[in-house]
Design a protein around this ligand. Structure first.
Ligand code: PMP
Ligand code: GLN
Length: 378
Protein backbone atom coordinates (compact mmCIF):
# COMPACT_ATOMS: atom_id res chain seq x y z
CA UNK A 1 0.00 0.00 0.00
CA UNK A 2 2.96 2.35 -0.38
CA UNK A 3 2.00 5.43 -2.37
CA UNK A 4 3.77 6.13 -5.63
CA UNK A 5 3.13 9.84 -5.04
CA UNK A 6 3.40 10.30 -1.26
CA UNK A 7 3.70 14.09 -1.38
CA UNK A 8 1.07 14.81 -4.00
CA UNK A 9 -2.10 16.39 -2.68
CA UNK A 10 -5.42 17.07 -4.41
CA UNK A 11 -4.74 19.65 -7.12
CA UNK A 12 -5.17 23.30 -6.16
CA UNK A 13 -7.74 23.76 -8.93
CA UNK A 14 -10.07 21.33 -7.18
CA UNK A 15 -9.50 22.59 -3.63
CA UNK A 16 -9.81 26.30 -4.43
CA UNK A 17 -12.73 25.70 -6.82
CA UNK A 18 -14.61 23.84 -4.08
CA UNK A 19 -13.89 26.56 -1.53
CA UNK A 20 -15.02 29.26 -3.98
CA UNK A 21 -18.32 27.45 -4.59
CA UNK A 22 -18.90 26.84 -0.90
CA UNK A 23 -18.46 30.53 -0.11
CA UNK A 24 -20.19 31.75 -3.27
CA UNK A 25 -17.06 33.67 -4.24
CA UNK A 26 -16.48 35.29 -7.61
CA UNK A 27 -14.22 32.71 -9.23
CA UNK A 28 -11.07 33.94 -10.95
CA UNK A 29 -9.10 30.89 -9.84
CA UNK A 30 -9.18 27.93 -12.25
CA UNK A 31 -8.53 28.86 -15.87
CA UNK A 32 -11.80 28.63 -17.78
CA UNK A 33 -14.14 31.15 -19.42
CA UNK A 34 -17.46 32.05 -17.76
CA UNK A 35 -19.01 32.84 -21.15
CA UNK A 36 -20.28 30.49 -23.84
CA UNK A 37 -18.52 29.07 -26.87
CA UNK A 38 -19.66 29.88 -30.43
CA UNK A 39 -23.09 28.23 -30.95
CA UNK A 40 -21.95 27.25 -34.46
CA UNK A 41 -19.26 25.07 -32.94
CA UNK A 42 -21.79 23.44 -30.65
CA UNK A 43 -24.10 22.82 -33.66
CA UNK A 44 -21.25 21.10 -35.46
CA UNK A 45 -20.94 18.60 -32.61
CA UNK A 46 -24.67 18.06 -32.68
CA UNK A 47 -24.58 17.53 -36.46
CA UNK A 48 -21.74 15.02 -36.13
CA UNK A 49 -23.78 13.05 -33.61
CA UNK A 50 -26.92 13.17 -35.75
CA UNK A 51 -24.86 12.06 -38.75
CA UNK A 52 -23.91 8.96 -36.80
CA UNK A 53 -20.29 9.58 -35.78
CA UNK A 54 -20.94 8.04 -32.41
CA UNK A 55 -18.56 5.10 -32.35
CA UNK A 56 -14.81 4.93 -31.76
CA UNK A 57 -12.66 7.31 -33.76
CA UNK A 58 -9.36 6.03 -35.19
CA UNK A 59 -6.75 5.47 -32.48
CA UNK A 60 -4.56 8.38 -33.76
CA UNK A 61 -7.57 10.69 -34.13
CA UNK A 62 -9.98 11.51 -36.98
CA UNK A 63 -7.82 11.94 -40.08
CA UNK A 64 -9.72 15.02 -41.30
CA UNK A 65 -8.86 16.79 -38.06
CA UNK A 66 -5.21 15.80 -38.22
CA UNK A 67 -5.13 17.19 -41.77
CA UNK A 68 -6.43 20.64 -40.80
CA UNK A 69 -4.08 20.81 -37.81
CA UNK A 70 -1.18 19.97 -40.09
CA UNK A 71 -2.17 22.74 -42.53
CA UNK A 72 -2.68 25.22 -39.71
CA UNK A 73 0.79 24.63 -38.24
CA UNK A 74 2.35 24.77 -41.70
CA UNK A 75 0.67 28.12 -42.41
CA UNK A 76 1.49 29.67 -39.03
CA UNK A 77 4.94 28.28 -38.38
CA UNK A 78 6.25 26.85 -41.64
CA UNK A 79 6.79 23.27 -40.53
CA UNK A 80 4.79 20.37 -41.85
CA UNK A 81 3.82 17.60 -39.45
CA UNK A 82 2.60 14.67 -41.48
CA UNK A 83 -1.04 14.00 -40.52
CA UNK A 84 -0.55 10.26 -40.91
CA UNK A 85 2.25 9.71 -38.45
CA UNK A 86 3.20 12.95 -36.70
CA UNK A 87 -0.04 14.11 -35.07
CA UNK A 88 -2.24 12.42 -32.45
CA UNK A 89 -5.48 13.76 -30.99
CA UNK A 90 -5.57 13.56 -27.19
CA UNK A 91 -7.82 14.11 -24.19
CA UNK A 92 -6.73 17.70 -23.75
CA UNK A 93 -3.13 18.79 -23.45
CA UNK A 94 -2.97 17.02 -20.09
CA UNK A 95 -3.08 13.58 -21.69
CA UNK A 96 -0.60 14.64 -24.37
CA UNK A 97 1.84 15.77 -21.67
CA UNK A 98 1.35 12.69 -19.53
CA UNK A 99 1.70 10.35 -22.51
CA UNK A 100 4.88 11.98 -23.83
CA UNK A 101 6.47 11.74 -20.38
CA UNK A 102 5.35 8.12 -19.85
CA UNK A 103 6.58 7.06 -23.26
CA UNK A 104 10.09 8.46 -22.82
CA UNK A 105 11.06 8.95 -19.20
CA UNK A 106 12.77 5.90 -17.70
CA UNK A 107 13.41 5.33 -13.99
CA UNK A 108 16.21 7.69 -12.91
CA UNK A 109 15.97 9.99 -15.94
CA UNK A 110 16.12 13.69 -15.16
CA UNK A 111 13.56 16.14 -16.52
CA UNK A 112 14.28 19.85 -16.27
CA UNK A 113 11.23 21.88 -15.26
CA UNK A 114 11.18 25.66 -15.03
CA UNK A 115 9.47 27.03 -11.90
CA UNK A 116 6.82 28.35 -11.48
CA UNK A 117 5.40 25.35 -13.33
CA UNK A 118 1.92 24.21 -14.22
CA UNK A 119 0.99 21.54 -11.71
CA UNK A 120 0.64 18.44 -13.93
CA UNK A 121 4.30 18.11 -14.95
CA UNK A 122 5.94 17.02 -11.69
CA UNK A 123 3.55 14.18 -10.76
CA UNK A 124 3.74 12.75 -14.30
CA UNK A 125 7.53 12.65 -14.06
CA UNK A 126 7.49 11.15 -10.55
CA UNK A 127 4.94 8.43 -11.23
CA UNK A 128 7.14 7.24 -14.10
CA UNK A 129 10.21 7.06 -11.83
CA UNK A 130 11.82 10.17 -13.29
CA UNK A 131 13.51 12.93 -11.35
CA UNK A 132 12.28 16.50 -11.79
CA UNK A 133 15.16 18.98 -11.77
CA UNK A 134 13.84 22.47 -11.13
CA UNK A 135 15.20 25.77 -12.34
CA UNK A 136 13.65 28.66 -10.44
CA UNK A 137 12.69 31.70 -12.49
CA UNK A 138 12.50 34.92 -10.51
CA UNK A 139 9.60 37.29 -9.98
CA UNK A 140 8.55 39.70 -11.27
CA UNK A 141 10.04 39.12 -14.72
CA UNK A 142 10.44 35.30 -14.84
CA UNK A 143 12.94 35.41 -17.68
CA UNK A 144 15.18 32.41 -18.28
CA UNK A 145 18.87 32.65 -17.47
CA UNK A 146 20.18 30.27 -20.14
CA UNK A 147 23.55 29.86 -18.41
CA UNK A 148 21.73 28.69 -15.28
CA UNK A 149 19.69 26.37 -17.44
CA UNK A 150 22.83 24.93 -19.00
CA UNK A 151 24.20 24.21 -15.54
CA UNK A 152 21.21 21.94 -14.83
CA UNK A 153 22.03 19.60 -17.71
CA UNK A 154 23.69 16.32 -16.74
CA UNK A 155 24.28 12.97 -18.46
CA UNK A 156 20.93 11.85 -17.09
CA UNK A 157 18.89 14.74 -18.55
CA UNK A 158 16.26 13.16 -20.75
CA UNK A 159 13.79 15.95 -21.27
CA UNK A 160 13.08 19.63 -20.75
CA UNK A 161 9.58 21.03 -20.31
CA UNK A 162 8.87 24.55 -21.56
CA UNK A 163 5.57 26.40 -21.54
CA UNK A 164 5.00 29.46 -23.70
CA UNK A 165 2.90 31.56 -23.19
CA UNK A 166 3.55 30.65 -19.59
CA UNK A 167 1.03 29.70 -16.94
CA UNK A 168 1.01 31.34 -14.37
CA UNK A 169 3.36 34.26 -15.21
CA UNK A 170 2.00 35.21 -18.63
CA UNK A 171 5.59 35.38 -19.88
CA UNK A 172 6.27 34.45 -23.50
CA UNK A 173 9.55 33.09 -24.79
CA UNK A 174 11.16 35.36 -27.39
CA UNK A 175 12.75 34.29 -30.64
CA UNK A 176 16.09 34.87 -28.97
CA UNK A 177 15.14 32.53 -26.09
CA UNK A 178 14.26 29.83 -28.59
CA UNK A 179 17.52 30.32 -30.49
CA UNK A 180 19.50 30.08 -27.22
CA UNK A 181 17.66 26.87 -26.36
CA UNK A 182 18.25 25.45 -29.82
CA UNK A 183 21.97 26.22 -29.55
CA UNK A 184 22.34 24.71 -26.06
CA UNK A 185 20.61 21.46 -27.02
CA UNK A 186 22.41 21.14 -30.36
CA UNK A 187 24.81 18.37 -29.47
CA UNK A 188 22.61 16.57 -26.95
CA UNK A 189 19.87 13.94 -27.12
CA UNK A 190 17.60 15.93 -24.83
CA UNK A 191 13.90 15.92 -25.75
CA UNK A 192 11.70 19.00 -25.42
CA UNK A 193 8.11 18.91 -24.27
CA UNK A 194 6.66 22.22 -25.38
CA UNK A 195 3.37 23.09 -23.71
CA UNK A 196 1.77 25.61 -26.08
CA UNK A 197 -1.84 25.50 -24.92
CA UNK A 198 -2.05 29.34 -24.94
CA UNK A 199 -0.54 29.66 -28.43
CA UNK A 200 -3.39 31.91 -29.64
CA UNK A 201 -3.44 34.19 -26.59
CA UNK A 202 -0.45 36.52 -27.09
CA UNK A 203 -0.66 40.28 -26.55
CA UNK A 204 0.74 43.62 -27.71
CA UNK A 205 1.46 42.50 -31.26
CA UNK A 206 4.02 39.90 -30.23
CA UNK A 207 4.31 36.55 -31.97
CA UNK A 208 4.04 33.09 -30.46
CA UNK A 209 7.38 31.33 -30.92
CA UNK A 210 6.39 27.70 -31.33
CA UNK A 211 9.18 25.12 -31.24
CA UNK A 212 7.89 24.14 -34.68
CA UNK A 213 9.52 27.31 -36.08
CA UNK A 214 13.01 26.06 -35.17
CA UNK A 215 14.22 23.12 -37.27
CA UNK A 216 16.75 21.77 -34.76
CA UNK A 217 14.15 21.92 -31.99
CA UNK A 218 11.40 20.33 -34.06
CA UNK A 219 13.27 17.07 -34.43
CA UNK A 220 13.50 16.61 -30.64
CA UNK A 221 10.17 18.13 -29.56
CA UNK A 222 6.60 17.30 -28.63
CA UNK A 223 4.20 20.19 -29.10
CA UNK A 224 1.15 19.88 -26.82
CA UNK A 225 -1.94 21.95 -27.61
CA UNK A 226 -5.47 22.36 -26.27
CA UNK A 227 -8.71 23.18 -28.11
CA UNK A 228 -10.33 23.81 -24.73
CA UNK A 229 -8.27 26.98 -24.28
CA UNK A 230 -8.60 28.25 -27.83
CA UNK A 231 -12.32 27.66 -28.35
CA UNK A 232 -13.72 28.35 -24.85
CA UNK A 233 -14.61 24.69 -24.27
CA UNK A 234 -12.29 23.46 -21.51
CA UNK A 235 -14.96 20.90 -20.56
CA UNK A 236 -14.62 19.09 -23.89
CA UNK A 237 -11.06 18.09 -22.99
CA UNK A 238 -9.55 17.82 -26.44
CA UNK A 239 -6.08 18.65 -27.70
CA UNK A 240 -3.24 17.09 -29.61
CA UNK A 241 0.42 16.22 -29.67
CA UNK A 242 2.67 16.93 -32.66
CA UNK A 243 6.09 15.30 -32.92
CA UNK A 244 8.41 13.81 -35.54
CA UNK A 245 7.57 10.29 -36.69
CA UNK A 246 10.06 8.36 -34.57
CA UNK A 247 8.93 10.11 -31.39
CA UNK A 248 5.25 9.85 -32.33
CA UNK A 249 5.56 6.09 -32.83
CA UNK A 250 6.57 5.65 -29.20
CA UNK A 251 3.99 8.19 -28.05
CA UNK A 252 1.23 6.17 -29.73
CA UNK A 253 2.35 2.93 -28.08
CA UNK A 254 1.31 4.49 -24.78
CA UNK A 255 -1.64 6.52 -26.10
CA UNK A 256 -3.39 3.47 -27.57
CA UNK A 257 -3.44 1.69 -24.22
CA UNK A 258 -4.12 4.74 -22.05
CA UNK A 259 -7.23 5.94 -23.89
CA UNK A 260 -7.14 4.22 -27.32
CA UNK A 261 -8.97 7.17 -28.93
CA UNK A 262 -10.85 10.32 -27.97
CA UNK A 263 -14.38 11.73 -28.41
CA UNK A 264 -15.41 11.23 -32.03
CA UNK A 265 -18.19 13.79 -32.70
CA UNK A 266 -16.13 16.58 -31.12
CA UNK A 267 -13.21 15.73 -33.42
CA UNK A 268 -15.51 15.94 -36.45
CA UNK A 269 -16.74 19.35 -35.28
CA UNK A 270 -13.22 20.75 -34.81
CA UNK A 271 -12.16 19.41 -38.21
CA UNK A 272 -14.82 21.63 -39.76
CA UNK A 273 -14.46 24.60 -37.43
CA UNK A 274 -10.66 24.86 -37.78
CA UNK A 275 -10.99 25.37 -41.53
CA UNK A 276 -11.83 29.03 -40.77
CA UNK A 277 -8.74 30.78 -39.34
CA UNK A 278 -10.89 33.69 -38.10
CA UNK A 279 -12.17 31.25 -35.49
CA UNK A 280 -8.86 31.45 -33.65
CA UNK A 281 -6.86 34.39 -35.02
CA UNK A 282 -9.03 36.98 -33.26
CA UNK A 283 -8.35 35.51 -29.85
CA UNK A 284 -5.30 37.70 -29.14
CA UNK A 285 -7.35 40.91 -29.36
CA UNK A 286 -10.33 39.37 -27.61
CA UNK A 287 -8.30 38.52 -24.53
CA UNK A 288 -6.10 41.60 -24.69
CA UNK A 289 -9.25 43.71 -24.21
CA UNK A 290 -10.09 41.68 -21.12
CA UNK A 291 -6.56 41.99 -19.75
CA UNK A 292 -6.60 45.74 -20.33
CA UNK A 293 -9.99 46.19 -18.71
CA UNK A 294 -8.79 44.28 -15.65
CA UNK A 295 -5.47 46.10 -15.36
CA UNK A 296 -6.86 49.58 -16.05
CA UNK A 297 -9.23 48.99 -13.17
CA UNK A 298 -6.31 48.08 -10.90
CA UNK A 299 -4.03 50.96 -11.88
CA UNK A 300 -4.73 52.88 -8.67
CA UNK A 301 -4.97 49.83 -6.40
CA UNK A 302 -2.28 48.61 -3.99
CA UNK A 303 -1.44 45.66 -6.25
CA UNK A 304 1.75 45.71 -8.29
CA UNK A 305 1.95 43.92 -11.63
CA UNK A 306 3.71 43.49 -14.94
CA UNK A 307 1.05 43.12 -17.65
CA UNK A 308 0.68 39.53 -18.78
CA UNK A 309 2.22 38.99 -22.25
CA UNK A 310 0.04 35.99 -23.04
CA UNK A 311 -2.34 33.37 -21.52
CA UNK A 312 -5.51 34.49 -19.73
CA UNK A 313 -3.79 34.89 -16.38
CA UNK A 314 -2.49 37.92 -14.54
CA UNK A 315 -0.19 37.78 -11.53
CA UNK A 316 -0.72 40.42 -8.84
CA UNK A 317 1.81 41.21 -6.12
CA UNK A 318 0.13 42.13 -2.82
CA UNK A 319 3.21 43.10 -0.76
CA UNK A 320 1.73 46.55 -0.10
CA UNK A 321 -1.40 45.04 1.46
CA UNK A 322 -0.22 42.33 3.83
CA UNK A 323 2.73 40.11 4.69
CA UNK A 324 0.52 37.00 4.97
CA UNK A 325 1.53 33.93 2.94
CA UNK A 326 -0.08 33.59 -0.47
CA UNK A 327 -2.16 30.62 0.70
CA UNK A 328 -3.47 32.48 3.73
CA UNK A 329 -4.22 35.61 1.73
CA UNK A 330 -5.93 33.66 -1.07
CA UNK A 331 -8.09 31.95 1.53
CA UNK A 332 -8.92 35.22 3.24
CA UNK A 333 -9.91 36.75 -0.11
CA UNK A 334 -12.39 33.92 -0.62
CA UNK A 335 -13.83 33.88 2.90
CA UNK A 336 -13.94 37.60 3.62
CA UNK A 337 -14.09 39.26 0.20
CA UNK A 338 -15.75 36.53 -1.90
CA UNK A 339 -13.07 36.50 -4.58
CA UNK A 340 -11.11 33.38 -5.58
CA UNK A 341 -7.60 33.27 -7.06
CA UNK A 342 -4.69 30.82 -7.08
CA UNK A 343 -1.66 31.27 -4.76
CA UNK A 344 1.54 31.16 -6.78
CA UNK A 345 3.09 28.65 -4.38
CA UNK A 346 0.85 25.99 -5.99
CA UNK A 347 3.02 26.14 -9.09
CA UNK A 348 5.91 24.25 -7.53
CA UNK A 349 7.25 27.29 -5.71
CA UNK A 350 6.48 26.19 -2.16
CA UNK A 351 10.07 26.82 -1.02
CA UNK A 352 9.66 30.59 -1.50
CA UNK A 353 7.49 33.23 0.03
CA UNK A 354 6.44 35.30 -2.98
CA UNK A 355 3.45 37.50 -2.20
CA UNK A 356 1.73 36.83 -5.48
CA UNK A 357 -1.70 35.55 -6.56
CA UNK A 358 -2.86 34.46 -10.02
CA UNK A 359 -6.14 35.76 -11.44
CA UNK A 360 -7.89 34.36 -14.53
CA UNK A 361 -9.35 37.10 -16.74
CA UNK A 362 -11.21 34.78 -19.15
CA UNK A 363 -14.38 36.28 -17.73
CA UNK A 364 -17.33 38.44 -18.74
CA UNK A 365 -16.76 42.18 -18.42
CA UNK A 366 -19.18 42.41 -15.52
CA UNK A 367 -17.22 39.72 -13.65
CA UNK A 368 -13.95 41.55 -14.22
CA UNK A 369 -15.50 44.84 -13.12
CA UNK A 370 -16.78 43.27 -9.92
CA UNK A 371 -13.34 41.71 -9.26
CA UNK A 372 -11.70 45.12 -9.77
CA UNK A 373 -14.11 46.66 -7.27
CA UNK A 374 -13.19 44.07 -4.65
CA UNK A 375 -9.45 44.29 -5.27
CA UNK A 376 -9.47 48.10 -5.28
CA UNK A 377 -11.14 48.13 -1.87
CA UNK A 378 -8.23 46.32 -0.23
N1 PMP B 1 -0.88 23.18 -19.77
C1 PMP B 1 -1.14 24.36 -19.22
C2 PMP B 1 -0.06 25.35 -19.09
C3 PMP B 1 -2.44 24.66 -18.78
O1 PMP B 1 -2.70 25.83 -18.23
C4 PMP B 1 -3.44 23.68 -18.92
C5 PMP B 1 -4.81 23.96 -18.40
N2 PMP B 1 -5.70 23.89 -19.37
C6 PMP B 1 -3.12 22.46 -19.53
C7 PMP B 1 -1.83 22.24 -19.92
C8 PMP B 1 -4.11 21.37 -19.73
O2 PMP B 1 -4.92 21.57 -20.84
P1 PMP B 1 -6.20 20.67 -21.12
O3 PMP B 1 -7.32 21.24 -20.33
O4 PMP B 1 -6.42 20.75 -22.58
O5 PMP B 1 -5.87 19.29 -20.67
N1 GLN C 1 -5.11 25.02 -16.71
C1 GLN C 1 -6.07 25.50 -15.78
C2 GLN C 1 -5.43 26.54 -14.87
O1 GLN C 1 -4.25 26.71 -14.83
C3 GLN C 1 -6.67 24.44 -14.90
C4 GLN C 1 -6.92 23.11 -15.46
C5 GLN C 1 -7.11 22.16 -14.33
O2 GLN C 1 -7.93 22.41 -13.48
N2 GLN C 1 -6.35 21.13 -14.26
O3 GLN C 1 -6.18 27.17 -14.17
Amino acid sequence: NSSKLPNVKTTIFTTVGNLARKHKALDLSQGFPNFEADPNLISLVNNAMMEGHNQYAPMQGYFGLREVISEKIQTLHGHQYHPENELTITVGATQAIYTAISAFVHVGDEVIVLKPAYDCYEPAILVNGGKPVFLQLDAPDYSIDWEAFKAKITKKTKMLIINTPHNPSGKILSQNDMLCLQEILKDTNILVLSDEVYEHIVFDGQQHQSVSRFPDLVQRSFVCASFGKTFHVTGWKMGYCAAPKALMEEFRKVHQFAVFCVDHPVQRAFAEYLKTPEHYLGLNDFYQRKRDLFLKGLADSKFKFIPSQGTYFQLLDYTQITQESDEDFAKKLILEHKLASIPISSFNVNDRDDKVLRFCFAKKEETLERAVEILSSL
